[in-house]
Design a protein around this ligand. Sequence first.
Ligand code: HGY
Ligand code: MN
Ligand code: MN
Length: 415
Amino acid sequence: MPKSFSTLRINPARLFDSFSALSLIGATGDGGVNRPALSEAHLAARDWFCAEAESAGLDFHVDGAGNHSAVLTCQPSNLQTLLLGSHLDSVSNGGRFDGALGVAVALEVLKTIKENGINLKFDLEAIDFTDEEGTLVGLLGSSALAGRLHPEALKNPRGGRQNLLEGLARAGLSEAGIFTAARPKESLAGYLELHIEQGKRLERMGIDIGIVSAIVGIRSYRLGFIGRADHAGSTLMTDRVDASLGASAFTLAAREIVMGDFPGCVVNVGRMDFAPGAFNIVPARVDLSLEFRSPDEEQFEKMDTALMACAKEQVTRFDLGLEIECFEKHAPNAMTAKVQQVFADSCEDLGLTHVSLASGAIHDGQSFDGVCPIGMIFVPSVDGASHAPREFTKWEDCVNGANVLLQTVLRLGRG
Ligand code: HGY
Ligand code: MN
Ligand code: MN
């Protein structure tokens, strides 16, 4: 690669100012942000994106899924676009780096390439995908753009259909319009993402950059354990049909199963809703949100079977009813080997240490598996914290990651 390009670096001060301004939007005062997909705070962050694009002289557009894009046309003859992105939506009361850093860095890479007048063999697009976090559906914007979104996924999404419709209305989007975001796969040169690791491995190993080898698959269910409401004082313990016993026993048993039989996998019960939900009424029903993840498809199936069998065992044990709702599933995905190699070459050139890591978090790149080349890099998370206000990445690591992304784009685009 020409010498001049290998010494090109992003503008750290400009990136810092942009990211700092973004971090104030939906800020919760404790270092975190609360920007659930298509909430007012998320839409305000999208206004920030629009202003960033316009002030940088980049073309700006929003597609039918609400994905926000800043585009740098490198050569009028280019037939493909390389997407650089992540997401501005957050989990409720999450951290300010998850997704947001990747979007801010993507914009900074486009600004750097534009101001240096570099002509690449593909156009560049910094993109903020709608609802990566699954507050509504999960990977909504990226799967729509990749042409992977099924209408069924919107009928009973894990965030609730009413929430989805209200969010779409707030953002001026329509259910039918989401599907117009799909792009021909041949128009995409690839998708690259910088993201915080959201784990402790890089920090523990003292390594600068994680090069993502694969992303886990994820499945979500809502399990309804059904008992009978009774007086909490006058009903004998032996006469109760207590839904909370099934939900609690399942939660503990699920953890034992996954830790004992499914190494490398995780399970989470993030929420339990009790009904009627009073001190003095035996719970008639407990709805439990179940999510589990695996890096391996075959193991995934076995874990799914084991966990559903476990739920049915508890129902028999406590003489309860059971309702199972299954939500969108995403298979495990390998990242493109060539892109991983170019990331590694860029790290070497920049004098940064790097290691290959599988991702325990899901990411928009999964939507592009089999559609175009995909690659991700991680920057270290302090104490591995994420999905919490204490989420933090040192600024030097943010700049390192941005320069790796820049150098990788230049290598891929100089061809
Ligand atoms: O849940 C996840 O893995 C990601 O943060 N959306
Ligand atoms: Mn994320
Ligand atoms: Mn997240």
